[in-house]
Design a protein around this ligand. Sequence first.
Ligand SMILES: [Zn+2]
Length: 160
Amino acid sequence: MSKENEQEVELLTVHSRTDVEQVFHYSAGRYLNRFLTEMRDNAKIIGVKCPKCGIVYAPPKEVCDPCYTEMTEPVEVGPQGTIRNFTILRAPFVDPETGQAKPVPYAFGNVQLDGAGSLIQNYLLADDDSKLKVGARVEIEFQEERTGNMRDIKGFRLIE
Ligand SMILES: [Zn+2]
């Protein structure tokens, strides 16, 4: 198939419907609960710092990966950070969150927020995707109406 033909292919979606509803509710846990609450109520990112090795995780974890220490100290990170890796998606797909085709192209990547040792994934927002680079600076853009979940982050806006 030539490249020209690939662009003309109509993308179809397959829908299946079942009468079985599977709804899951589970506790966010004490650290993630605080993280989500601070995003929702104060548009802040609160990570957690390992008391032994000092790594700050955002989103938070209960136990530090390298030293297995229980995390105890909440720490505010961001709102700015650095792009560590990313991709630009150009192939349309059905967004499982909405059931609708996700408009393309869009950028998605991992950002290390200032003060954090871990990475956080989300959309990268830029007027011109060609300006997105590993090492570029970004700032969190929150949704105007937040509900206490990871989608409260609209994305990371490129600082130009
Ligand atoms: Zn540690």
